[in-house]
Design a binder for this molecule. Structure first.
Ligand code: NAP
Ligand code: COA
Length: 262
């Protein structure tokens, strides 16, 4: 049996590192990429432990905004680990800023990391995953369709990602490649929520906004990604799967209160 290969962009911390770790624990060959060599090195220490006697994980320091660097890293990963079976695009930047105070460069920065970066990752990987059974998961967010105050840049970027997901599911389906998004709600212990809910009052308000009355664990997101890239989801493509405890059901009113509770 050949070993499967998972490439996780942004896979050196938080949710994406948890995803990469799960693949390593399951015996997959794993490659991760992020900007900071220190983050890559630290992630490789824990990923190698998770991999045990399995394939040795690979790490690459590159910025997803740099298409050439991303393509080079993916080509090297494929040269060492073989063609990609699961591609996860999760590199992202986030900060809270009212639109009236947000600079053009601030808006562009987040759109370029999240949206252009996701295109660069998918485009750079195409020649290395173009085969029946391969699949892609883009990490979106509830902000993709829920307008959240202070998050105009993030909402625009994530909505764009989900349209990339749907469009490339159409284009790449005939090659047997599935393309889906996972849209998490608030995930506990992450950099993202440290930025969005920095005080106990705001954590409480966000929790109140979730019908299941808790934040997601990273494992909740890992499970969704693992399922989408498994054969069990072999007829699922072009989907944006909310893993948000029902957050989106409450609409923007609940989130508006949460964002103003800090
Ligand atoms: P995180 O820990 O900050 O992880 C972000 C990762 O992306 C890091 O590995 C970071 O490493 C990398 N990265 C950032 N900018 C990059 C760039 N320009 N090029 C390459 N890599 C870059 O964040 P998280 O909270 O776990 O979020 C992970 C994903 O889940 C994101 O897509 C986020 O939008 C999504 N999400 C999170 C939540 C949440 O509750 N946290 C909710 C919904 C969606 P370097 O700094 O080394 O580049
Ligand atoms: N509020 C308003 N604007 C902000 C901001 C904030 N909190 N943080 C950054 N910006 C603006 C900057 O002022 C700059 O615009 P300007 O040139 O008009 O002043 C622009 O955004 C780019 O900032 P810079 O620091 O140069 O970007 P970067 O590429 O080095 O870093 C970020 C990208 C800003 C997204 C940074 O927070 C980051 O690296 N995040 C990764 C981790 C993360 O966000 N994790 C959560 C994922 S959900």
């Amino acid at each position: 049996m050949t070993t499967s290969h998972a490439f996780v962009a942004g896979g050196t911390s938080g949710i994406n590192l948890a995803i990469a770790t799960a693949y390593a624990q399951r015996g997959w060959a794993v490659s991760v990429l992020s900007r900071s060599q220190d983050n890559v090195d630290a992630a490789l220490v824990s990923l190698r432990e998770a991999a045990g006697d399995g394939p040795v994980p690979l790490g690459f320091a590159a910025d997803v905004r740099d298409a050439e660097a991303v393509a080079g890293a993916i080509a090297e990963a494929a040269a060492q680990h073989g063609p990609i079976d699961a591609l996860v695009s999760g590199a992202a930047g986030n900060f809270v800023s009212p639109a009236a105070e947000l600079s053009s460069n601030g808006f562009r920065t987040v759109v370029e990391i999240d949206l252009l970066g996701t295109f660069n990752v998918m485009r750079g990987a195409w020649d290395h995953l173009r085969k029946p059974g391969a699949s892609i998961v883009n990490i979106s967010a509830a902000q993709s369709w829920l307008p959240v105050p202070g998050q105009v840049h993030v909402g625009a970027a994530k909505a764009g990602i989900d349209q990339v997901t749907r469009t490339l599911a159409m284009e790449w389906g005939p090659d047997g490649v599935r393309v889906n998004s996972v849209a998490p709600g608030p995930v506990e212990g992450t950099e993202g929520m440290r930025r969005l809910a920095p005080t106990p009052a705001s954590v409480e308000a966000w929790t109140e906004a979730v019908p299941l009355r808790r934040f997601a664990t990273t494992e909740d997101i890992v499970n969704a990604v693992a399922w989408l890239t498994s054969d069990e989801a072999s007829y699922v493509t072009g989907v944006v799967l909310s893993v948000d405890g029902g957050l989106a059901l409450g609409g923007s009113g609940m989130i508006h209160r949460a964002m103003h509770a800090q």
